[in-house]
Ligand binder design. Structure first.
Ligand SMILES: *Cc1c(COP(=O)(O)O)cnc(C)c1O
Length: 380
């Protein structure tokens, strides 16, 4: 059997930055300063410059970034937060954890992103925030809701875990993921476009100095100065080793995102050349968007059979996500039923994430698409 093709391969990436990472690690080890400190502060500054925002606050994970952002909003029971049912679990669980109620709205069939028109229909007097997710690497059409939310003092918290470096042109302006809303939440989980070597996360605060200071307190048990607690926070800090690694990897992020875009282009060409576009619907990069292809997610006919066929030939694909959040047992208390969000539900049965990472080779991609063609040729 030919070599296995993984859905992602971090070892190939490590080979490219090994020397730089080891120098950075040594620097931290020599100081023995592990929690927050200068490495984290420098990384926060570098990220603020990269994202084009006023403040960033490092924390322990992308999930905690969402939790801290919602803590800053002082949500209480009865408050509503609108988000998508077609996302990673943490986007919605963080809402429940504050005592507020997740309210779902359906997604767009082409981008799989939260439909902004659907969001507008779900706004009630109890709506306190909206969490759009820039899913798989392209940003939502925030220009449709931003003025409306500002008018009603509803906060906009962007889930940017999959979209670092993505942007969208709006009236000749660049709207960067994490720089548009009141806050943006990032994850440095190892497989994200900018990953660390463990867990890590960050909140971007584009404009509000007071909110940024408050989040910095909330991540250290609500303490303004050590052992003096102004309010009850949590323990959620980015550590110096991860920050040092992230500083190295941030310098390469633009290059790696470009490589992901090349991989995506090549899939599109290959799928077309093999005449597969009636069986496989490739992801759509909407006009004005710069998609950073955290995932390359297609809609496939007979998805489960195709996935098994590829697995038998050493090609690993994944399903993000197999069950929409409104149908998860833990959210049964919200009272949603099957059929409430038809687009999301259809996607859960059709989506398939093909392997994508900056180092994926053209010959590997050709083999993947050849096998997809063989599957559909053999069974029709
Ligand atoms: C990865 C991810 C998160 C959570 O990040 P962690 O760092 O794993 O806690 C949140 N939202 C989305 C959309 C994600 O993909």
């Amino acid at each position: 059997m030919p070599d296995k093709i993984p859905s992602f391969d971090l070892t190939r990436n490590y080979e490219r930055v090994k020397e730089e990472v080891r120098v950075a690690l040594d620097r931290v080890l020599e100081t023995q300063h592990f929690i927050l400190g200068p490495e984290v502060e420098n990384f926060e500054k570098e990220m603020a410059a990269y994202l084009d925002v006023k403040h960033t606050v490092g924390c322990a994970s992308g999930t905690d970034a969402l939790v801290l952002a919602l803590m800053e909003l002082d949500l209480k029971e009865g408050d509503e937060v609108i988000t998508t049912p077609f996302t990673f679990f943490a986007t919605a669980s963080c809402i429940s954890r504050t005592g507020a109620k997740p309210v779902f709205a359906d997604v767009e069939p082409d981008s799989y992103n939260l439909s902004m028109e659907a969001v507008l229909e779900k706004i009630t007097p109890r709506t306190r925030a909206v969490i759009p997710v820039h899913l798989f690497g392209q940003t939502c059409k925030l220009e449709i809701i931003k003025p409306e939310l500002e008018k009603r003092n509803i906060k906009l918290v962007e889930d940017c875990a999959q979209a670092i470096g993505a942007h969208r042109m709006v009236n000749k302006e660049i709207w960067r993921a994490g720089a548009v809303g009141d806050m943006g939440c990032f994850s440095f989980f190892p497989t994200k476009n900018l990953g660390c070597y463990g867990d890590g996360g960050m909140i971007s605060v584009p404009r509000d100095d007071v909110a940024a200071e408050r989040i910095k307190k909330l991540r250290v048990h609500g303490a303004g100065t050590t052992y003096f607690h102004e309010e009850i926070g949590i323990n959620s800090r980015l550590d110096a080793i991860q920050a040092a690694i992230l500083r190295v990897r941030l310098r390469h992020l633009e290059e790696w995102n470009e490589e992901r875009r090349i991989v995506a282009d090549r899939y599109m060409t290959l799928l077309g050349e093999k005449g597969l576009l009636d069986k496989i619907t490739p992801p759509v990069e909407q006009p004005g968007n710069r998609h950073v292809y955290h995932q390359y997610v297609v809609r496939a006919q007979r998805r489960d059979e195709l996935m098994q066929f590829l697995a038998d030939r050493g090609i690993v694909t994944r399903v993000y996500y197999p069950l929409a959040l409104h149908l998860q047992p833990c959210f049964a208390y919200l009272g949603y039923r099957e059929g409430d969000f038809p687009v999301s539900e259809a996607l859960t049965k059709e989506v398939l994430a093909l392997p994508i990472f900056p180092e994926l080779l053209p010959e590997e991609q050709a083999r993947i698409v050849d096998e997809i063609a063989a599957f559909y040729a053999g069974q029709n």
